[in-house]
Design a protein around this ligand. Structure first.
Ligand code: ADP
Ligand code: MG
Length: 258
């Protein structure tokens, strides 16, 4: 299949992204993406020409040794970092042809992030953390009700008014997931989401991701060292020496959590 290109869709017109003509096309399209850090002799290539497409509804595990460029790749897909060259197209928006404003609107309306370190603000309540993205969205409506609903979905309705430092690691990660779900994202990008959790709690989080993918059709890309995630993922992509390797035989690298 060759998905049609819809470079004209913009994030300031959310209807174009979700229900418009791009809905059957790829959620992520990367072509020949290159990224290096540093300058001069210290310049180190991290991504050496990465290309891949992700279709709607996929659940992908992204694996590779510590330092191989997994977070770099995920951040480029999420528009948190920029590629040096190549094409990055997410939900119909070509990152190199768009404005910062449209990119921010896409991040807010359609992409959710979950990080290993939860990244919650301790001075806000759980509800406050979940609805924080609304502070950056013009004209957001039903903010509190939607925030409470997001907390209910992760099983934390009762903890809405608690602060993160009163919660266990697993509960914190569920708050972070509720925050990611607050904007009803079509794409969830997770960077080692179970890296700070014990194995039982990690299992629950993975099960939640699987349900989110199967029942709600959310597309997920999960950076992980865990074989358990790799087993629920139907597709596993590895980064090796700055290039992608894909297929059944992709083994998890020996590198520890990064
Ligand atoms: P991973 O997530 O697979 O552990 P990263 O994407 O974090 O790997 O990092 C890939 C390489 O790029 C590493 O060598 C890291 O040191 C380097 N790197 C990542 N971010 C930066 C940055 N902001 N500045 C300089 N080097 C960086
Ligand atoms: Mg990383």
């Amino acid at each position: 299949m060759t998905p049609a290109r819809h470079a004209s869709a913009t994030a300031s017109d959310p209807t174009m992204i979700g229900s418009g003509p791009v809905s059957s096309a790829a959620v992520i399209r990367l072509h020949d993406v290159k990224k290096s850090y540093g300058t001069g002799a210290a310049r180190t290539p991290v991504l050496r020409g990465v290309s891949f497409d992700v279709a709607p509804g996929e659940l992908i595990a992204l694996v590779g040794q510590s330092g191989s460029g997994k977070s770099t790749l995920l951040n480029i897909v999420g528009g948190l970092d920029t590629a040096d060259s190549g094409t990055v197209e997410v939900l119909g928006l070509d990152y190199h042809k768009t404005t910062e404003r449209d990119l921010a609107a896409l991040r807010n309306s359609s992409i959710g992030f979950v990080f290993q370190a939860f990244n919650l603000l301790d001075h806000l309540t759980c509800l406050g953390n979940v609805i924080l993205p609304a502070a950056f969205t013009r004209g957001a409506v039903d903010v509190e009700a939607r925030g409470r609903e997001a907390l209910r979905r992760v099983g934390l309705a009762d903890l809405a008014m608690r602060h993160p430092n009163e919660l266990s690691g697993g509960q914190k990660q569920r708050v972070a997931i509720a925050r990611a779900l607050f904007g009803s994202p079509k794409l969830l990008l997770c960077d080692e989401p179970t890296g700070n959790l014990d194995s039982e709690t990690g299992r629950e989080v993975i099960e939640f991701f699987r349900e989110l993918n199967e029942k709600d059709g959310v597309t997920l890309v999960i950076v992980t060292h865990e074989r358990r995630i790799s087993s629920v993922a139907r597709r596993i992509i590895a980064i090796r020496d700055g290039e992608l390797v894909e297929g059944e035989d992709v083994a998890l690298g020996p590198g520890g959590p990064s």
